[in-house]
Design a protein around this ligand. Structure first.
Ligand SMILES: [Zn+2]
Length: 290
């Protein structure tokens, strides 16, 4: 941070104090009757991977034309780049559970995913120190803003047109283990697997309807068109990371069926163990399932 920026912040803080005293700038406001009907502007947390090394990530996110609230380096250092009260430019044309675009209502976390000196978009795992920092940061943001587990998502999930980060190497199971994001009961996945193997796979109308129910923006065409394949691929990148071709195979559809069936989503509570998690009000699909 430059000295100029620092002095700007100090100056801003002084102005705020003056404002609190009610001396300057703007009308006098009586704040004595706060409404109980309010919640945080922050409804979503979007997890990214930078696909470039740390020095380049910092340059792009502070001096380029995009930004994020936080940048987590590979050694676990967390950099705050944009205050949470302000909008960062991290998600572009994005959609989740009917909300669009997500920049005004989300916190963006960029995770450095390429070791310094390696080529751009190198596929490398995330070091332990970095993932521990991400866990703590997501937990803290989710707790302070009461962000629902189903609203902590990957960038590719909310912008499947051209984005896949944080990618198939991001360990979502670590966030599941901390009770931050939902997962499904493996026994339910097994039941659907048996069902699909015995009776055949559901059709593409069903697939699109269930992807929509899960929160994705997907066309309701009944075809495995390129946008649907991209959504399936980012779904696999999160829930079935071994194969991310976008092919609607038995395993992929069994996981999707389990997640979107009544009682199919669960979150780990540190005190109560697994508990059923259903968004309230319930989500609905934008695609009819015939
Ligand atoms: Zn991203």
């Amino acid at each position: 941070m430059s000295a100029h920026r620092k002095s700007g912040l100090v100056y801003g803080a002084l102005l705020s104090l003056v404002g609190l005293a009610g001396c300057q700038h703007g009308p006098s406001i009586n704040w004595g009757h706060l409404s109980r009907n309010q919640d945080s502007r922050v409804q979503f947390i979007v997890v990214h991977a930078t696909e470039i090394d740390f020095p380049t990530s910092l340059q792009v996110l502070t001096r380029g034309d995009v930004s994020s609230h936080y940048l987590v380096d590979r050694d676990g250092t967390i950099y705050g780049l944009v205050p949470e009260s302000r909008r960062a430019w991290h998600a572009g044309p994005s959609y989740w559970e009917g909300a669009t675009p997500l920049n005004p209502s989300s916190i963006g976390i960029e995770i450095v995913s390429v070791p310094t000196g390696m080529p751009e978009a190198t596929e490398a795992g995330f070091p332990e120190a970095q993932i521990t920092a991400v866990e703590r940061l997501v937990a803290d943001i989710a707790q302070r803003h009461e962000v629902r587990p189903d609203r902590i998502v990957g960038h590719g999930e909310v912008q499947p047109e051209g984005r896949t980060d944080p990618g198939r190497l991001f360990p979502w199971q670590r966030l599941i283990a901390k009770g931050l994001v939902p997962t499904t009961d493996p026994r339910l996945v097994e039941q659907f697997t048996q069902d699909f193997q015995n009776h055949g796979l559901p059709d593409l109308n069903w697939v699109q309807s269930r992807l929509s129910l899960q929160g994705y923006q997907v066309p309701c065409t009944g075809d495995l068109d390129p946008p649907t394949r991209r959504v399936l691929s980012v779904f696999q990148g999160r829930y079935r990371q071994s194969l991310i071709t976008g092919e609607p195979d038995v395993e992929t559809l069994a996981i999707l069926a389990a997640l979107t069936s009544p009682g199919g989503r669960r979150v780990l509570s540190p005190t109560e163990g697994w508990r059923d998690f259903q968004p309230d009000p319930p989500l609905h699909s934008h695609c009819p399932s015939r």
